[in-house]
Design a protein around this ligand. Structure first.
Ligand SMILES: [Zn+2]
Length: 376
């Protein structure tokens, strides 16, 4: 009898392992003492290796990535090390010397790289914390915590994953474009007094100009996102490259001023018609997400005497979204004086209609773009 159970157990374990080998298994990534903002499903184990989108992972590891020969050769550089990967042949070389076969994976036009493989090439230590499905990358200089302390320090990250959000009704995301601005302080005051977290799409020069506002918004738990450098059709939409350059420049400024970088972009004037397929491909490749909106308050149209229209537009929009059964409503506002003046009424209205007002959360991403591109 004991013998029989033992054999049965072996069979079961064998079966489970086999299933894992071909199935995707989600993982998370930690760098030094913190978890990186990879959302569920972004990084995973497939064929017994943990992989992540190459561009996004390199960005977090401060590895510069460039692409040559029509997407065939990827070059990764950091601290004078140069790693070259041919994604057709899988051949890799480190500083010109053959470095064996690269750990790579391609899926839906995305290029994934073996996390352990690339991290080790650039001198990171790698631990797999299997209980938390987490790959931790670190250097002696960069990490202060032991693995046990690391898990403790990041407990809130894992708690959030494990506790399924109780569905207490639909969510509304209040978003503000074109800031930070002179109006930021009053907008932030109103949000704070209503205990609402919002999402801000910043223009690069404004981050420089209104640094205190950007820092305050970050400190108060709002999500800061990217809205370009020039905000002009030409040059912004000249090419996918010009578009990405503007967003990444904005991201660098955001990081230098607030210490935070962003994965979320709002295309000026909306993603349709300018943000055609090659633009979306470029964004997806670099791990960015794109948000348009459900409800346009059209606040940019109005002045002091007509500002009540902002609320009316939102009320009409909410009526429509309720009919559609949309559980995630994104509302477009701008950092304008009349918008700030109408904001208390807008927040009261949304709350009264049963909406939970939340900020953008990369780990609970909602697809919200005019192309309905699920990658973004
Ligand atoms: Zn704008």
């Amino acid at each position: 009898m004991i013998m029989c159970s033992f054999v049965l157990l072996l069979l079961l374990v064998g079966g489970v392992e086999k299933a894992y080998a071909s199935e995707k298994k989600n993982i998370y990534i930690g760098l030094h003492d913190k978890m990186l903002p990879f959302t569920t499903g972004e990084a995973f184990i497939i064929d017994n290796q943990a992989v992540a989108p190459a561009e996004k992972l390199s960005r977090y590891l401060y590895i510069k990535q460039t692409v040559q020969k029509a997407d065939e050769v990827y070059i990764f550089e950091k601290n004078g090390q140069q790693l070259t990967v041919n994604i057709k042949t899988k051949e890799a070389s480190l500083n010109g010397k053959p470095a064996g076969s690269a750990a790579i994976h391609k899926e839906n036009g995305q290029f994934y790289i073996g996390i352990r493989w690339i991290a080790q090439q650039f001198g990171f230590q790698v631990d797999y914390l299997s209980k938390n499905h987490t790959v931790r990358l670190y250097t002696k200089a960069g990490a202060k915590l032991s693995n046990e302390e690391f898990l403790k320090a990041n407990q809130s990250f894992f708690d959030r994953l494990n506790s399924p959000q109780p569905a207490k009704g639909p969510i509304a995301y209040v978003t503000f474009d074109d800031g930070p601005s002179q109006q930021s302080a009053s907008i932030l005051n109103i949000l704070a007094s209503h205990r609402v977290k919002a999402t801000f799409f910043y223009i690069e020069a404004n981050i420089h100009r209104y640094q205190a506002a950007a820092k305050r918004a970050a400190a108060e738990g709002h999500y800061l996102a990217l809205h370009s450098v020039t905000h002009k059709v030409n040059p912004l939409y000249n090419s996918p490259q010009s578009f990405m350059n503007e967003m990444e420049k904005t991201n660098r400024t955001l990081k230098s001023v607030t210490g935070r970088s962003s994965v979320l972009v709002r295309a000026p004037f909306g993603s349709s018609p300018y943000l055609k397929q090659p633009f979306c491909d470029a964004m997806s490749k670099r791990g960015y997400r794109l948000w348009d909106w459900d409800i346009d308050s059209e606040d940019w149209r109005y002045n002091t005497s007509s500002k009540a229209r902002i609320l009316q537009n939102i009320q009409a929009g909410i009526k429509m979204q309720k009919k559609r059964g949309d559980q995630h409503v994104v509302i477009l506002l701008h950092e304008k004086k009349i918008t700030a003046e109408m904001l208390p009424q807008i927040l009261q209205f949304l709350t009264k209609e049963g909406y939970r007002l939340q900020t953008y959360d990369p780990s609970a991403h909602v697809v919200q773009n005019f192309w309905n591109d699920k990658r973004l």
